[in-house]
Design a binder for this molecule. Structure first.
Ligand SMILES: [Zn+2]
Length: 83
């Protein structure tokens, strides 16, 4: 069964359980978790980092493919466009 990661919604206090990402195993037929099972704070599903090929280079490739530019900070207010 897939494991989903959730974290308390930005700006919500949450509890020790949900203030950091927590994992929950849900079957596909289960409803998406919307609140922390411990404290009831609203939670958001996290995008799981791919376990394979999740290197920074791969990320750059994806960003490039998606049309994002990567800017390297050279100094105060100065950026070099890397691609
Ligand atoms: Zn919580």
């Amino acid at each position: 069964m897939p494991i989903y990661e959730y974290k308390v919604t930005e700006g919500e206090k949450g509890c020790a359980h949900c203030v950091e990402r927590f994992e929950i195993i849900q079957s596909l037929s289960d409803d998406k978790l919307t609140v922390c099972p411990e404290c009831g704070a609203p939670v958001v599903k996290q995008i799981s980092a791919p376990s394979v090929g999740g290197s920074k280079a791969a990320f750059d490739d994806r960003a490039k493919a998606a049309g994002f530019s990567k800017l390297k900070k050279l100094g105060k207010g100065e950026y070099e466009k890397q691609y």
